[in-house]
Design a binder for this molecule. Structure first.
Ligand code: AP5
Length: 217
């Protein structure tokens, strides 16, 4: 199964993808997580990406397309779920071309729709595990012990781009550059719009229903 998960910052892409990847044995590829790893590893790509990420604008398409092509090549035969990529129509077109060359295509696009005011509350309260990437929220999804990851005991951190000013820029970028990707996919692929303002478990259930229907068809 080859799945693309679209949605605004804070729509719940990372939260949902982790569970979907585990349930269906897929590789979860988050472009944001890969970029953060490049940054913490001090690589050339990480250094180039830093200023874009810190101000809430997109890293240039050519860097991202190359980075994601390398990551997707390592996907198992069961498939992958993409989180945060493609984020521009150019990225989607380039990605389609490279899939086409290897006789593949995207099976389904899940589009998480969420209101901007919900995004602010979610992102300002997000805390993540720097070791395993698990995502929590100080009100909605608390860890058992305050500030500590349930899975590996690491101290939870707040992302440097999760400030109000940068969130406002990320939302603007989303509305201008990423929303058109939904229309791009609607012209050629199966796209499902999901109300992601709902509770995370309800959203998960909706996604599972769609994916189970597709796999049993
Ligand atoms: P990236 O890391 O992809 O950030 P984003 O798209 O802004 O998305 P987030 O990770 O903030 O949100 P999410 O939807 O995963 O939500 P989450 O599950 O964590 O990108 C960062 C930067 O990297 C970009 O700004 C850009 O510079 C660069 N970049 C990345 N990809 C790129 C690309 N393709 N091209 C160019 N540049 C790129 O949930 C958020 C919070 O809400 C959590 O606390 C969670 O616990 C909580 N929550 C989740 N779902 C629910 C729910 N249903 N109800 C209540 N709370 C919930």
């Amino acid at each position: 199964m080859r799945i693309v998960l679209l949605g605004a910052p804070g729509a719940g892409k990372g939260t949902q993808c982790m569970q979907i990847a585990e349930k269906y044995g897929l590789l979860h590829l988050s472009s944001g997580d890969i970029l953060r790893q490049e940054r913490s590893g001090g690589t050339e790509l990480g250094k180039k990406a830093q200023s874009y990420m810190d101000s809430g604008v997109l890293v240039p398409d050519d860097l991202i397309v190359k980075m994601m092509a390398g990551a997707i090549n390592k996907a198992p035969s069961t498939g992958f779920v993409l989180d945060g990529f493609p984020r521009t129509v150019v990225q989607a077109q380039e990605f389609d071309k490279s899939l086409h060359k290897s006789g593949q295509k995207i099976d389904v696009v899940l589009n998480l729709e969420v209101d901007d005011d919900v995004v602010f509350k979610r992102i300002t309260g997000r805390r993540s595990c720097p070791q395993c990437g698990a995502v929590y929220h100080i009100e909605n999804m608390k860890p058992v012990k305050d500030g500590v990851c349930d899975k590996d005991g690491a101290e939870l951190v707040q992302r440097s781009d999760d400030t109000e000013e940068v969130i406002a820029n990320r939302l603007k970028t989303y509305h201008h550059q990423t929303k058109p990707v939904v229309d791009y996919y609607k012209s050629n692929n199966s796209v499902y719009d999901l109300d992601a303002n709902k509770d995370a478990d309800e959203v998960q259930q909706l996604m599972i229903e769609i994916l189970d229907n597709l796999t049993s068809a």
